[in-house]
Design a protein around this ligand. Sequence first.
Ligand SMILES: NC(=O)CCC(=O)C(=O)O
Length: 272
Amino acid sequence: MRASLIQIDVDEGEPVDSRRRRVAALVREQSGADLVVLPELWTTGAFAYEEFGSEAEPLEGPTYEAMAKAASDAGVWLHAGSIPERAAPGSGLAADEGSLYNTSLVFSPSGELAAAYRKIHRFGFDKGEAVLMGAGRDLVTVRLPGTTLGVATCYDLRFPELFRGLVDAGAETLVVPAGWPERRRAHWTLLAQARAVENQAFVLACGTAGTHAGVPQAGHSIVVDPWGEVLAEAGAGEEVLTVDIDPAKVAATREQFPALKDRVLGLEPPRR
Ligand SMILES: NC(=O)CCC(=O)C(=O)O
């Protein structure tokens, strides 16, 4: 399976419409790939909190339209990264109509929406995304020929229980679009490898390049195999990182080193 991670330069000097067209063209260029992955919130930038409201879109808004078409033109599975989604009235998503979500979109090679994932762990503690956006509640997996994707977004990478939930739901390839800052790049690489090793799964983690809202981005998108080996890693700038992965390696690793079978669930808390 050939995967291409497009590490987009997200810079506020580029209008969102131009970036959307540019990214759609980049996706079309990946027509030999099976799976293409884009980063988190690449229309605005993950730290451009002030743009979330003005650039928010309905689920089936301009980014959805452009990415659905790009996926079908290229004939690829497309994890289109995430958008700032404004929940439609009556969607049942939130008590407050018009609430925002950090929503990832996955399209099939015919351009149909295969899955939408609303980021569960919002970043910022008591500001930024954590207060501006609502939290998703649902784990999401997507069945592709040869593998099952488990999807998570950026800060989710710090929460191993989410990934274990995805593995329990059948995930073999964990896809993590992100807008990770350069300041914590060491955590990014370490956590991507940790999630791969502990879950005996591929990790495809796609970040952004450039600087937006004054936050230099780490880049360094990374593909890790189920043994924790780094198969490919991008540099700091805009780049398409292409790698061939063998999905059968997940079952082989889980069979040869069956640590997942040794899990002990439902441990008792310490006695007082
Ligand atoms: N957009 C994010 O979720 C940023 C996460 C981050 O900076 C971190 O976990 O560190």
